[in-house]
Design a protein around this ligand. Structure first.
Ligand code: PMP
Length: 469
């Protein structure tokens, strides 16, 4: 293990911060800071204070180097420490730090970015609505979809069909549209007019069908749901091209084309939530490009700025935008930070780098296949039941026995054991139950991929020995 521990000298953090000890930071944190997705009783005074980052590595307050196999929260696509982005932000903040885009106003970076987004998205898209996050993008998308049907003269078409175990954010609309049981249990009532169908999770199925037959069978639930609720009440279907937070659930190839066929047949809108899959993650600009489907709307966030500043949005097709504009008048919706000039300036620079450094095609043709190949070799480990990956987004399933759908009795213990050991030994990966997921920065090098996979193997050994104790 010592071999894989890298201790880097502590570097100074920004001068306006007081130079506190690690334990000071931790106790102040625990006193005043309510964290997202955290059980504070477990956290106590143990928060991991990340103080610096460069390339694919983050460094904690003591200088320990950790390979970020998650790109932060699936967002730092071009890696850390890109001064082009911080300089773009600084110069825009000096020029025009803020102005709103309500009431017939705009600013140059937001217009420029809209133009760039038009170029990298499919032909049907001609407009973008800006938000500050993925969750706001989801709320906005729901309002656009429902507005579309209102102006089209179908005010009853309100229901949106999504999938179980999907993640679409943490606002009330995001939680409601998502299919996470643990989230549904808290803070209800949820938004009405949302229905959920099964996810295309072949590994967890009874495996009585081939993956392709399974994909079509799960997709057919959309049709059943439309018939059950009545097509006159259905507005749209929404899905992540690959479910991220749910455990990197890669649908069989048959799934998305069948979803498209059903949406077209019944004339309902199709939405891909590209918050994770967009901006090169799957080796194409967007997940819809990878699965070769043509959505009417796409929500995005995260990778649009590589997470350097908050920004999200909804790409709107000509069909939808022209209806809302021509038939609808004012769309009564917007955020203070819609089209924030500094975020848009960072996004422009981020897209330029993705493009000029060929990071999207590199993900598809070079580093993606390189990692996929190494990732597959983890299937040789006795506790790995399956590995899967598209582009640079993958998962592996931890199981007690190979070639059996059986899971560990104590669900999530194996995943947590892996995850905790990994982060203490210089590697961030996320555990979703007993599914380990990874999504490293698109700039990761071959040597860094080797390190990621070598460390993952050691974590598997450790997990196996803990689980047999
Ligand atoms: N949609 C998807 C697919 C996501 O993965 C996420 C965040 N992980 C969101 C929406 C919500 O984004 P945010 O956290 O920026 O609100």
């Amino acid at each position: 293990i010592n071999k894989i521990l890298h201790n880097y000298p502590r570097r100074s953090i920004m001068s306006f911060l007081e130079d506190r000890s690690k334990s000071d930071w931790q106790s102040l944190d625990s006193e005043h800071y309510l964290h997202p997705f955290t059980d504070h009783k477990d956290l106590g005074n143990k928060s991991r204070i990340i103080a610096k980052a460069d390339g694919v590595y983050v460094y904690d307050i003591e200088g320990n180097q950790i390979l970020d196999g998650m790109s932060g929260l699936w967002c730092v696509n071009i890696g850390y420490g890109r001064s082009e982005l911080s300089e773009a932000a600084a110069s825009q903040l000096n020029e025009l730090p803020y102005y709103n885009s309500f009431f017939q106003c705009a600013n140059p970076p937001s217009i420029e970015l809209a133009n760039k987004l038009d170029k990298i998205t499919q032909k049907q898209f001609n407009k973008v609505f800006y938000t500050g996050s993925g969750s706001e993008s989801i709320d906005t998308m729901i309002r656009i979809v429902r507005r579309y049907w209102e102006v089209m003269g179908h005010p009853n078409k309100k229901t949106i069909i999504a999938r179980k175990n999907a993640y679409h954010g943490s606002t009330i609309a995001g939680v409601s549209l998502g299919g996470m049981n643990a989230m549904h249990k808290q803070g209800g009532p949820l938004l009405p007019g949302i229905e959920h169908v099964d996810q295309p999770y072949w590994f967890e199925s009874d495996r009585s069908h081939s993956p392709d037959d399974f994909g079509k069978k799960v997709a057919s639930q959309l049709e059943e749901k439309i018939l059950e609720i009545g097509v006159d009440n259905i507005a749209a279907f929404v899905g992540e091209p690959i479910q991220g937070a749910g455990g990197v659930i890669i649908p069989p190839d048959s799934y998305w084309p069948e979803i498209q066929r059903i949406c077209n047949h019944y004339g309902i809108l199709m939405v891909t939530d590209e918050v994770i899959c967009g901006f090169g993650r799957l080796g194409e600009w967007f997940g819809a490009d990878h699965f070769q489907v043509k959505p009417d709307l796409m929500t995005f966030a995260k990778g649009v700025t590589s997470g350097y500043l908050p920004l999200g949005g909804v790409m709107v097709s000509e069909k939808v935008s022209s209806a809302i504009i021509d038939k609808g008048g004012e769309f009564a919706h917007g955020f203070t930070y819609s089209g924030h000039p500094a975020s848009c300036a960072v996004a422009i620079e981020n897209i330029r780098i993705l493009d000029e450094e060929n990071l999207v095609s590199r993900t598809k043709n070079e580093i993606g296949p390189y990692l996929q190949n190494k990732w597959k070799s983890l299937e040789d480990h006795p506790i790995v039941g399956e590995t899967r990956m598209v582009g640079l987004m993958g998962a592996m399933e931890l199981v007690p026995q190979k070639n059996s759908p059986q899971r560990f009795d104590d669900k999530s213990t194996a995943g947590m054991t892996f995850r905790n050991f990994a982060v203490n030994n210089g590697l961030v990966m996320r555990a979703v139950g007993d599914t380990i997921v990874t999504s490293p920065p698109l700039v990761i090098s071959e040597e860094e991929v080797d390190e990621l996979v070598e460390k993952a193997w050691i974590c598997l050994d450790h997990t196996q020995s803990e689980m047999t104790k």
